[in-house]
Design a protein around this ligand. Sequence first.
Ligand code: HEM
Length: 541
Amino acid sequence: MLDIVNPLFRSIDLSTVALLIPVGVLLVHLVPYFLDVHGIRKYPGPFLAKFSDLWLGWVCKAGHRSEVVHEMHQKYGPIVRLAPNHVSVAIPDALGIVYGHGNGALKSNFYDAFVSISRGVFNTRDREEHTRKRKIVSHIFSQKSVVEFVPQVRLYVGMLIKQWDHLYDQALKGLSGPEGEGWRGQGGRLWLDCLPWVNYLAFDIVGDLAFGAPFGMIEAARDLAVVPKNQEDAMKSYGSSKSVEVVEIPAVKILNGRGEYSMSMGVLPPWWRPFVRHLPWYRKGGQDVKSLAGIAIMAVAKRLATPTDRVDLLSKLQEGRDGDGKPMGREELTAEALTLLIAGSDTTSNSTCAILYYLARNRHAQDKLHKELDEQLGAEDELVATDQQVKRLPYLDACINEGLRLHSTSALGLPRVVPEGGLTIMGEYFPPGTVLSVPSFSIHRDKTIWGEDIEDYRPERWFERDQADIQKTFNPFSVGPRACVGRNLAYLELQIIVASIMRRFDIVLESADQQLHTREGFLRKPLGCKIGIKRRDSAVP
Ligand code: HEM
């Protein structure tokens, strides 16, 4: 056999190979375009996106996917081709069709890039496996269950407020933080970047709930987590008394790196991924994935080695049973605890940061919120609002919702594969196998639903617009069987955090036109938000 092949290869010279490679690459991209098996060639979009996933890959890596896709919709209309087999549909009614219960569309292979340890409820694509996992996880987040987590949420919100109180007192004395800590006193206000602080808060809450102990970020006023130096050793140490060597890592930073890495990988064809992951930027992201998994491995190992009667997400995951009455094995338990850390931390902190930014920027809304908080909670002198108190604050909800509308941290269109039988949206038929997505960023800016002033932060619109239209179009937590399972907890956290901070403080921006700069991986994250804080009970004018 070799005798036949070798002469054949010898007869192909280098110049032929040099010619064959580009011709091959060209054919791989042109043939699917002309065959058009999914019938989507008719949809407009960026030129390169018709032939290759590279366009979307490049846009994602640059960190502004939602804005760019929104521009494409403004240029080409509500249906835009983003990649050879991916169509973005910026039509509110498409939400129910693409994501709704019973339509059969599954998550695309984009989500394979988010798997670490093993598949969790977020990145499981198989319907049956997802139903099994979701059954275990969803009862943890029922309205009734999440109330059990309120004490932990309030504890860390109280710690954050005390830290700000302490810095505020120092700021009034004209002091500033040491180099690198980034706070200063000026003009009767404490000036700081609220983003790291709300990150510490969200991580401490979810660390406590999902892993049995906070990371201790608020107390230390810095981004830190302890992980095993070697993950395999840590996995092996389950249930044994063997000690594991640990290192300290900046968890928030690593979570960001992991999100950008998985996102950029996810939009590439699966056969590219093994090659791309060796490039320097991707190698670093791969390391972030491992480091983050280390946090869950260590926490779960600790819990299994030292059982406790504490009620938290981890204990509830341990108690959870599937339809056959079986509990999760330790690997699955670790993967789900990691899922909750990832899904429940910076989603909440990005949203909190954006809401504080918009309130600081809009004096009218802030004054109105202060009035509601004073009238409704004024006589009750607890430092942190309770779950009972936040239930009766309609303007607070409007402030939160308007922030989630303008800065949906989950802003991009979540990709789903059209099932057998196809899907029809506004008379357009999409055959099975086509990937569709509906971008929240764009539908949250649909003028027919939200009004002409879509870029303005105006909580009042929540009382003015058609409620049915709003409910159908507001999509921060997604809809259907894959919608956010932690929504009840997330919303309760936002209510308690925003009510407590805003009741105590008056906040302003450094300048009236200060922008909220963002970078998008899987989530759209603020890069920072400098605010000037004044205690509302302060005698300082
Ligand atoms: C403001 C905060 C939050 C926002 C905006 C948010 C948003 C979302 C969105 C849009 C999805 C769908 C993702 C997709 O289909 O790819 C999702 C899924 C999920 N979220 Fe949240 N989330 C928040 C907080 C939380 C919290 C606090 C937890 C739990 C501690 C959580 C747990 C999950 C899980 C486990 C999933 C996967 C559900 C499934 O696929 O069945 N989220 N979230």
